[in-house]
Write a protein that binds this ligand. Structure first.
Ligand code: KG4
Ligand code: ZN
Length: 334
């Protein structure tokens, strides 16, 4: 069965068709990065306008290649994300669901990131210990089964990707900061400086202290150190923290199947370190680069499981900008 997925929660407009929650038939992603770059971050108003311009042509292109009767449902991100952006995807999805008489399937964007893995690993099944690291979130949780999650840790301040973006900015690197730090770090010494590891004894994260430590270090030393070395040391510390929390959660919960998802998993240093985790005996799942960042294929895959579980959304469903992992949005929409 084909599910049409629509994703507009932040700065990517994406439409996809996925078969049986496992196989990508089409996954079109229009990135707005160049529209937000002059402002050094995502501008919500610009994001909404771009979604409005781009979504219909993408839907047209994806749908033109299939028979409408083969589409079994319309999946759409309902949260978390920017309210104006979410609403645009939702209104298109509701309209299509209504005129085509197809089930409407609401999707939690954070959970959808994990579903990206179901598109690439045939044998993957829950339970999984998940680490979601993106621009807005750093969440460590157990994916016990479809629709059943247990939160283990989250950030108390900045998200991991946000820390990359802010540190890049203070080092004078371009937006988005994650890829920029990744790139310059390839020419730097990751052990040049030692930045702090806050909240070492718990599963929650804190990244704003590291960002401040980098700022002070950079302000004191910028005339005598190389940006490559500072970026590489920051990146190494963040990756060390992410993997240390994963190891701790794994021994606490007695589970060695770990799944990573979100934009920060595109980081080449992190991907290299994941091989060490594998060598230690962990079963490690992480997406290919195109599926790390926001896309509608993961939304369609998550929507397929909503449909399987009979969770069809009413047309009264709306956007939930602060939706949490495991939160049942169908309970909010009467
Ligand atoms: O998942 P995502 O595309 O969007 C959100 O839902 O937030 O993640 C975007 C974040 C940004 O903060 C970006 O700087 C970061 O992922 N990112 C990276 C890399 N590529 C993207 N961080 C570190 N290294 C990268 N190569
Ligand atoms: Zn995302």
């Amino acid at each position: 069965m084909l599910i049409l997925g629509i994703e507009t929660s932040c700065d990517e407009t994406s439409v996809a068709l996925v078969e049986d929650g496992r196989k990508i038939v089409k996954n079109l992603v229009f990135s707005q990065v160049k529209d937000h770059a002059p402002y050094g971050g995502v501008v919500p108003e610009i994001a909404s306008r771009k979604h409005l311009e781009t979504l219909l042509p993408l839907i047209d292109e994806v749908v033109s290649e299939v028979n409408l009767e083969d589409i079994g449902g319309i999946a759409v991100t309902v949260g978390p994300g920017l309210i104006g952006s979410l609403v645009i995807g939702l209104m298109f999805a509701k309209t299509l669901s209504w005129i085509w008489k197809k089930p409407l399937l609401g999707v939690n964007h954070l959970e959808a990131h994990v579903y990206a893995l179901f598109l690439e690993y045939e044998g993957i099944v829950p339970p999984l210990l998940c680490l979601l690291v993106s621009g807005g979130h750093t969440e460590l949780f157990l994916f016990k089964d479809h629709g059943s999650f247990e939160m283990l840790g989250e950030t108390r301040d900045d998200a991991a990707g946000e820390a990359f973006d802010k540190v890049a900015r203070l080092l004078g690197l371009p937006y988005p900061g994650g890829p920029a730090i990744d790139e310059v770090s390839k020419r730097g010494n990751p052990y040049f400086a030692e930045f702090p590891y806050p909240l070492e004894d718990v599963l929650d994260f804190s990244f704003s202290g590291i960002k401040t430590a980098v700022r002070h270090f950079w302000e004191r030393n910028k005339h005598k150190v190389k940006v490559e070395d500072v970026a590489a040391s920051f990146q190494r510390k963040v990756v060390e923290i992410l993997l240390d929390k994963l190891r701790k959660a794994s021994s606490l919960k007695g589970i060695n199947k770990v799944a990573l998802a979100g934009g920060v998993v595109a980081n080449s240093f992190l991907r290299e370190k994941l091989k060490e985790l594998q060598a230690e005996g962990f079963e490690v799942y992480y997406p290919s680069l195109p599926l790390c960042t926001d896309n509608a294929a993961m939304v369609a895959a998550a929507g397929y499981h909503e449909l399987r579980r009979g969770r069809i959304a009413p047309l009264t469903i709306t956007a939930y900008p602060n939706l949490k992992i495991g939160e049942d949005f169908l309970r909010f929409c009467g």
